[in-house]
Design a protein around this ligand. Structure first.
Ligand code: BG6
Length: 477
């Protein structure tokens, strides 16, 4: 039976995006490539149908129109990133690109005028390519210092208007795909480099938090955080072997960022294992002290799908570079529900399970779902006679996930809101426009025109009524 699920008091709804996935290169100057831009230029074959960041959704030119839709839907928050590679022309001295800064400033004003609070992330994979070439990117301690300079400049320019800042979006992703798994350009595998990037990004989060505190812009109603893609993990069974596999998976992919950001320190076990496997990062005790002194105010958590693991059944080849899968193998749960387009399992309870975890293991730290959503291919086939995409599957997806979020809040979890990925369809790394995530369609065949999908109206009504109707038993007919 349908019941009314009420949004808890103060619980917000928003939508997310990033600079490189929406802006396009209009106005970009020579030398301002990000790593993502360079990857697209150097290895375009793997980008679906050749689409990439070059035009993206052309947000730089169409942000007013898009913000109009945000207003129409009534979004509480819009999260995007400031493009580090474009905001500066000189990364060593943090010299601002006035043209880009002026666009960005207007974009912030337009959001505020529309009643949509901007959340700004300082890096969503947009590490400048020049710093990759010169220093190996985040492998270098110097890049941490450059990031602090950049962040300080961002606070100076926008800190009086932007209340919510985040160091990173998914700080583990680039180095995991590149240096650990060897899946992406420039195809260089090195597990020690992977861990050094992890460490420097955790350190940079603390260092920027410290700079924000000193900036004078961290007023009472402001918050600084970071956005972590938690890979919620379930052991195949309750056997000690499977449970240990899940614990190690969690340590290497989740606690490696959750612990320094929230608790200000790493677990001893992590140091021991990194030593055992010869990939302990270079660190200093003063860096660790800086982390200890600067836990974030809150965290955004990107939650899409569960991960299921079991203890290893097969041996790792002698001499293979260390990979966390030394401790686990993936487990394929028979009967699991799937989003076949993205190849991700759908298990809405991940939000509730993570909420309880935050409550029990992380001192009930304030957090919110920073991304959750459903990427679907060939959405055009769901268009009705008026031209609107009838994405009922996405509405069901939202309801299921929101239901578990609300249940978590009702049980005392400090979960503050939920954001959809993404506001409009946009460019995914490599998958480009293949899987569509947006509340708003980008019509590639017609000049990238925008049109609200049915799910945008679900969002609109839920925000206006502060409730939606849902039958939790619907899945068990
Ligand atoms: C998150 C990222 O991992 O998931 C986004 O923050 C990304 O940048 C989104 O686009 C969806 O994943 P994908 O790989 O389908 O684009």
């Amino acid at each position: 039976m349908n019941k009314q699920v009420k949004l808890p008091q103060g619980f917000f709804l928003g939508a997310a995006a990033s600079a490189w996935q929406t802006e396009g290169w209009k106005g970009k100057k020579e030398g301002q490539d990000s790593y993502m831009d360079a990857w697209y230029k150097e290895n375009r074959d793997v980008w679906y149908e050749g689409y990439g960041p070059a035009i993206a959704t052309n947000f730089v030119e169409r942000y007013r129109e898009d913000i109009g839709y945000m207003k129409e839907i009534g979004l509480d928050y819009y999260r995007t990133s400031l493009n580090w590679s474009r905001f500066l022309t000189d990364y060593e001295n943090a010299v601002v690109d006035e043209e880009y800064a002026s666009y960005y400033s207007d974009m912030i004003d337009a959001c505020l005028k529309a009643g949509v609070e901007p959340m700004i992330c300082l890096e969503h994979y947009e590490v400048p390519q020049v710093l990759m070439e010169r220093y190996g990117g985040w492998a270098s301690r110097h890049v941490v210092d450059l990031f602090v300079k950049y962040a300080s400049k961002a606070f100076e320019r926008f800190g009086s208007r932007v209340k919510y800042w985040f160091a990173f979006n998914e700080p583990i992703v680039v180095q995991t795909r590149v240096y650990l798994d060897g899946l992406r350009w420039p195809f260089h595998q090195d597990s020690a480099v992977w861990m050094q990037w992890n460490y420097h990004k955790a350190l940079a989060t603390a260092a920027v938090m410290d700079a924000y505190k000193k900036s004078g812009f961290r007023r009472e109603d402001c918050k600084f955080g970071t956005i972590i893609n938690v890979e919620t993990v379930y052991p195949r069974t309750d056997s000690p072997d499977d449970v240990n596999a899940a614990d190690k998976f969690d340590l290497f992919y989740n606690r490696v960022f959750l612990d320094p950001a929230i608790k200000g320190r790493y677990e001893d076990q992590l140091f021991d294992l990194l030593k055992t496997h010869g990939i302990l990062m270079e660190y200093t005790s003063s860096d660790l002290e800086l982390m200890e002194a600067n836990p974030v105010d809150w965290v955004g958590i990107n939650l899409y799908h569960p991960n299921r693991v079991k203890g290893r059944m097969t041996a790792i080849r002698q001499g293979a570079p260390f990979h966390p899968c030394y401790y686990y193998e993936e487990f394929d749960l028979p009967g699991k529900k799937m989003n076949p387009f993205r190849g991700w399992e759908i298990y809405p309870r991940i939000i509730y399970d993570f909420a309880l975890r935050m409550k029990n293991e992380y001192g009930n730290k304030e957090w919110f779902v920073a991304e959750n959503g459903m990427g679907v291919q060939n959405e055009g086939k769901y268009r009705d006679e008026t031209g609107m995409i009838q994405d009922d599957y996405r509405i069901d997806f939202f309801k299921q996930h929101l239901y578990w979020a609300v249940k978590g809040v009702e049980e005392g979890c400090n979960l503050k809101g939920y954001m959809n990925w993404a506001f409009t369809d946009n460019v995914s790394p490599m998958n480009a426009f293949k899987n569509r995530y947006g509340l708003v369609e980008i019509d590639l065949e017609h000049d990238r025109n925008r049109r609200l999908k049915k799910s945008a109206y679900f969002f609109q009504q839920t925000i206006a009524n502060r409730c939606f109707s849902y039958d939790p038993d619907e899945d068990y007919k």
